[in-house]
Ligand binder design. Structure first.
Ligand code: UT7
Length: 325
């Protein structure tokens, strides 16, 4: 059976209006704007207003991606939503989004790989398209991380924000060879032994509560640089391209120092690294498509450019995706 390529037909994102500054957080916990900027690069983050849910953010991003693709909801036969902060334990945000958009064909579901969620979701959709199980897929990363933060814990509450990003993928029979456009490769990893370093201390089957995010930040930091660099060299090698040939790097936005550490390790010029962490903070599964969309909107990422996305998150999960936009 011939494998089909997944072309990136459209992209979109959405951030809630409310901006929470470092100074505002400094009035809530023992921290400061200078500590947050120096250790993370974060200046502000967006926070969903009362009553605004992950599905609301996902819908706004999805509609923009569909508009950008020039497609309608009825064209979709697959919706994959990456989220750790769903509206409900079930149904999935994916099926809720399907109904909101008015899509009735195919399948919709959620993927839970925390900050690596978008890379995982992209891999699911790309593989289903390659096998002919879907032709037009909506892939969304959407989070309301603010709802699972312990707002008295300065080591975590300063780091995260809310938002959503979406991509529309379409089967492309015409493309072949390394110059083809769309998703060129995905690489997924996990290692459950590290669960205690980054986790949520509640859930439906354990505590019966939603729980709060807990992280041993400095240990996650060390694993992040090593594992992200490994996933980037692996995906490039498997796809037959060199790191030097990549036009843009769209990393998960956890910490500016991680972005710079990985760039240094792989000798990547920092101008090629898309960074939104200063304005968005860490939006978990939403961070990669949010950063990608920003760089498309401001004209840096253009059609035909080779783009490498990567992420690491709780689990641990990590991975990378290479695409010709
Ligand atoms: O998205 C999933 C992946 N997540 C990540 O990749 C996050 C990885 N980790 C990080 O980004 C960084 O480790 C942090 C930003 C979380 C922390 O930075 P760090 O340089 O690793 O600091 P640290 O955890 O080693 O803490 C240094 C000091 C500690 O004080 P003592 O023990 O040295 O007195 C902390 O208590 O900084 C203190 N600290 C703070 N001080 C002011 C921790 N959080 C804060 C804060 N404000 N918000």
């Amino acid at each position: 059976m011939t494998e089909l390529s997944s072309r990136i037909a459209g992209i979109g994102s959405h951030l809630p209006e409310r901006i929470l500054t470092n100074d505002e957080i400094s009035a809530m916990v023992d921290t400061s704007d200078s500590w947050i900027r120096e250790r993370t690069g974060i200046r502000q983050r967006h926070i969903a207003g009362e009553g605004v849910t992950t599905c609301d953010l996902a819908e706004r991003a999805a509609r923009r991606a569909l508009d950008d693709a020039g497609l309608a909801a009825e064209d979709l036969d697959l919706i994959v939503v990456a989220t750790t902060t769903p509206d409900f334990t079930f149904p999935s945000v994916g099926t809720m989004l399907q109904a909101r958009l008015g899509a009735t064909k195919g399948a919709a579901f959620d993927v839970q790989a925390v900050c690596t969620g978008f890379v995982y979701a992209l891999a699911m959709a790309d593989n289903m398209i390659a096998r002919g199980q879907a032709r037009t897929a909506l892939v969304v990363g959407a989070e309301t991380m603010s709802r699972i933060l312990d707002w008295t814990d300065r080591s975590t509450c300063v780091l995260f924000g809310d938002g959503a990003g979406a991509m529309v993928l379409q089967a492309d029979e015409t493309a072949s060879g390394p110059e083809r456009s769309g998703i060129l490769g995905t690489y997924l990893r996990s290692d459950g032994r590290f669960k205690d370093l980054l986790h949520v201390d509640g859930g439906p089957s354990s505590t019966g509560t939603v729980g709060h995010l807990r992280m041993v930040g400095n240990q996650v930091f060390r694993h992040a640089i090593t594992n992200i660099a490994e996933s980037m060299t692996t995906i490039a090698g498997r796809s037959g391209v060199t790191i030097e040939e990549v036009d843009w790097f769209v990393p998960h936005q956890a910490n500016q120092r991680i972005l710079e550490g990985v760039a240094r390790k792989l000798s990547i010029p920092t101008e090629k690294v898309i960074s939104t962490v200063a304005d968005h903070g860490n939006t978990s599964a939403a961070s990669v498509p949010l950063a990608f969309d920003r760089a498309v909107q401001d004209g840096r990422i253009k059609r035909g450019d080779l783009v490498l996305m990567e992420a690491l998150g709780g689990g641990f999960t990590w991975g990378a995706a290479l695409a010709r936009f």
